[in-house]
Design a protein around this ligand. Structure first.
Ligand SMILES: Cc1ncc(COP(=O)(O)O)c(C=O)c1O
Length: 441
């Protein structure tokens, strides 16, 4: 008989053998880990059958629910054909099909797909590719990058060099290249009476001032389009992106759109850049691309950039790789995900879903302790007035008791649910969140 796993047993074994990510492990002396036995649609379930609504899509990756039958079937089929082959010197059907499909879906001009694994590896690839492009074009001094204040582009050393979150960066300061930041168009920072658009334009002026002064040494400006996720779901007006595109072209600096979190329909359009009518020089995709199944990231870029590497000398090529680059199973999960978008007209369905949620969320928006209620696509966020310095932890724990997986950032609560969330589940999410806020404010 196989040994039966219990919640308690798994927790003890996990704390003894697993070093969990983004965690002060000592905290688990008082805050228990949450054991998960299985997933089903928008729900995660423990070994006693206790369930949690996955309102954060398991770190923003899950689009069509846990154990989605269509993605499962595609993976089972792929397992019987090819699990993996190296992508240097070899190719396979899923990676070719996926690259062709993404070329058709992405903003114009992004015809070349380079593959990584997690989001941070896409950031690394784009930064390296940008600087290497300028070197190949005879401008080796262009090696600096800029990002927005409070930006987040991943945790590896290159990605941290364009990430402006002190908690994640400071311990590694000596290891990280110093890059500058420019003001964030996050509309919460606008002057009283200033519109989100006017504020975005004012921030774009600050970007121009920086570009004017430093463009000769700048390789690229990297930006999270429309929503700065880790900054607490900071949202901003698309005019900032249109101006950023114009300015980067004017000053000869690449624009890297990091759509790792906001791509794949999360912002309301397939890619957030569409809402500003722009094409970046690099588009970064990860997280939702496999429906939340397997690690995969893609850097899409232009013919101009591709051609700068196309030469007789090996060293002019982009000699970057990861063992699992373009893994067939991950690509097949991505193809199944894109098929669901097509077959179910997901972007249209999400618009109705978001409208429904905005209607039923009215009591939350009007709650006396709720500030800055905001929404873009399938992301909602707000701040809570609370006396508790440890609000995030309390809210997480209380959320579990209310069958919700909530992971506030400071006093910012956000919802980024799987797209298959039902109307009943949305009603429950609003009602239980109000109960939690009443308890904690
Ligand atoms: C905008 C953005 N870029 C990059 C990353 C890093 O992705 P990963 O955690 O897969 O390395 C994240 C992760 O949250 C992100 O939100």
């Amino acid at each position: 008989m196989p040994r039966m796993t219990s919640n308690r047993d798994l927790l003890a074994r996990s704390l003894s053998a697993v070093w969990h990510p983004c965690t002060q492990m000592k905290r688990h002396e008082t805050l228990p880990l949450v054991p998960i036995a299985r997933g089903e649609g928008a729900w995660l379930v423990d070994f006693d059958g206790k369930r949690y609504l996955d309102t954060v899509s398991s770190w923003w990756v899950n689009l069509f629910g846990h154990c989605n039958p269509r993605i499962n079937a595609a993976l089972v089929d792929q397992l019987g054909k090819l699990e993996h082959v190296m992508l240097a010197g070899f190719t396979h059907e899923p990676v070719v099909q996926l690259s062709e499909k993404l070329r058709a879906l992405a903003p114009a001009g992004l015809g070349h797909c380079f593959y990584g694994s997690d989001g941070a590896s896409a950031t690394e690839i784009a930064l390296k590719m940008s600087a290497h492009y300028w070197r190949n074009r005879g401008q080796p001094e262009k090696t600096q990058f800029i990002s927005l204040q409070n930006s987040y582009h991943g945790e590896t050393l290159g990605a941290l060099s364009v990430t402006d979150v002190a908690l994640f960066r400071d311990a590694y300061g000596a290891l990280i290249k110093q890059n500058a930041t420019v003001p964030s168009p996050d509309w919460r920072k606008a002057e009283a009476g200033e519109s989100a658009k006017a504020f975005a334009l004012r921030c774009a002026d600050a970007l121009e001032a920086h570009l004017q002064q430093h463009h000769t040494r700048l390789a690229a400006f990297i930006v999270e389009p429309l929503i700065q996720g880790a900054a607490g779901m900071a949202m901003y007006h698309p005019v900032y992106l249109s101006r950023a595109r114009e300015l980067c072209s004017k000053y000869g600096v690449h624009l890297i759109a990091d759509e790792i979190a906001v791509g794949m329909g999360r912002s309301g359009t397939m890619f957030a850049c569409e809402q500003a009518g722009i094409s970046p020089d690099f588009l970064l995709i990860s997280k939702g691309i496999t429906g939340g199944y397997l690690p995969l990231s893609i850097v899409m870029t232009t013919a101009d950039i591709y051609q700068a590497f196309y030469a007789d000398e090996t060293a002019r090529g982009f000699l970057h790789s990861h063992s699992y680059t373009g893994n067939p199973l991950a690509c097949r999960a991505a193809l199944a995900t894109l098929e669901i978008f097509e077959q179910d007209d997901v972007l249209t369905a999400n618009r109705s879903k978001a409208a429904f949620f905005n209607r039923i969320a009215q009591p939350l928006r009007e709650h006396t302790k709720v500030r800055n209620f905001r929404h873009t696509g399938m992301v909602w966020a707000f701040e809570v007035d609370t006396p508790h310095a440890d609000f995030a932890q309390r809210c997480f724990s209380l959320g579990l008791r209310h069958e919700l997986l909530l992971r506030p950032m400071g006093n910012t609560v956000y919802f980024m649910p799987p797209y298959i969330i039902s109307e009943d589940e949305m009603q429950m999410l609003v009602a239980h969140t109000i109960a939690i806020i009443d308890d904690l404010s």
